[in-house]
Design a binder for this molecule. Structure first.
Ligand SMILES: *Cc1c(COP(=O)(O)O)cnc(C)c1O
Length: 345
């Protein structure tokens, strides 16, 4: 088989949710936008629903429809982008709960879907989604009688615990929701780690479930194994790959493996990244191609049939560091070509 395998450890996913849930001490939802950060929203949602998750968050109504099909009736599916023009049909058909972001969205929802559930998204300083304090002041008399199910805001700097923005947003959120009996949510993964005052009635982790920073204690969820297509001996002075960027200074055994930047193995990570033959570190040599990577397997004790890119030694955050990005971008870049396997452990 020529394609690489991406294995998703569903027991690790469950364990990460349980750990975040015990830290939250309140309802712990799950963010499964972007196909559960690339891992497959249907399987991830079904597994977490079985673990007891009652609320899920997606970015757009279309994602919500797919998740509803996978989950059936029961769990609440919140939509971050709210009630956009043209969404009404999907929201009704799949019983989605839009998070209303603006006066326009509130008026649309009140006019077209008066008796359907919704939540309110508030902007407490990130300036991305949600109503700012003055807008909320103007809209609250329309919104509150319709009984929103949740009031939510999002922290811009929660992965930096000492950042003053965290406390500032907490204060603004408290002020904007003071005296209301609507359940509240402020914390994603980073917010859970900031401590109890950030937890309110519901937390909404994403990346921590999937094994990424800032949840340092997460179990890795994803592993990637890449088949070796061929192995050759490279003599002193010979080069490997596009642009001749790497030359052998001693005789080396070079494996060509069957995956590349089209699979989210970003070119930028090449110079700092190794693959593993069991526990042996085998550095990438030369430039990463679209579908192929050269790997120095001279130190491997056996001739490898495949090499591992992601495992418990090398996590999404190591790759992110090597490529100058974040674990979120590594996960969501992995792409459609992998054979995805779900391991129940
Ligand atoms: C993506 C997102 C989350 C989840 O964030 P993580 O850092 O992955 O835990 C929560 N809330 C909102 C509004 C988001 O956009």
């Amino acid at each position: 088989m020529g394609i690489a395998t991406l294995t998703i450890n569903l027991n690790a996913l469950r364990a990460n949710w349980r750990r975040l849930n015990s830290m939250s001490g309140t309802e712990t939802a799950a963010v499964i936008k972007a196909d559960a950060y690339g891992l497959g929203a249907d399987r991830v949602a079904a597994t977490l629903a079985d673990e007891g998750v009652q609320s899920f968050f997606v970015a757009v109504a279309e994602e919500g429809a797919a998740v509803r099909k996978a989950l059936g009736e029961g769990p609440t599916i919140y939509v971050f982008s709210g009630h956009m023009e043209g969404d009404t049909h999907l929201i009704a058909k799949y019983n989605l709960t839009p998070l209303i972001n603006s006066t326009d969205q509130m008026l649309r929802h009140a006019k077209l879907m008066k008796n359907y559930s919704f939540g309110i998204q508030l902007d407490t300083g990130m300036n991305r989604l949600g109503m700012e304090p003055t807008e909320w002041e103007a809209v609250r008399d329309i919104a509150l009688p319709l009984e929103p199910k949740l009031m939510l805001s999002h922290l811009a700097c929660a992965d930096e615990p000492a950042h003053p923005m965290n406390r500032q947003q907490l204060k603004t959120f408290e002020k904007m929701t003071k005296g209301l009996s609507v359940p509240r949510s402020l914390a994603a993964t980073g917010g859970i780690l900031l401590g109890e005052e950030y937890h309110f009635d519901l937390t909404r982790p994403g990346i921590g479930l999937y094994g990424g920073d800032p949840f340092r204690d997460a179990e890795p969820v994803v592993s990637i194994d890449i088949p070796v297509v061929q192995i050759r001996d490279v003599e002193i002075g010979e080069s490997v790959g596009y642009g001749n960027t790497w030359h052998a200074s001693t005789v080396r055994k070079i494996a060509t493996v069957s995956a590349g930047y089209a699979d989210g193995i970003l070119r930028a990570m090449g110079p700092k990244t190794a693959l593993y033959a069991k526990s042996i570190n085998c550095p990438i040599v030369g430039r990463i191609s679209m579908d192929l990577i050269g790997v120095d397997v001279t130190d491997a004790t056996e001739t490898p049939k495949s090499l591992t890119l992601l495992n418990s030694k090398q996590t999404i955050d190591h790759l992110a560091h090597n490529a100058g990005t974040i674990g979120y971008e590594i996960l969501t870049s992995l792409g459609a070509r992998y054979e995805r396997r779900y391991d129940e452990g």
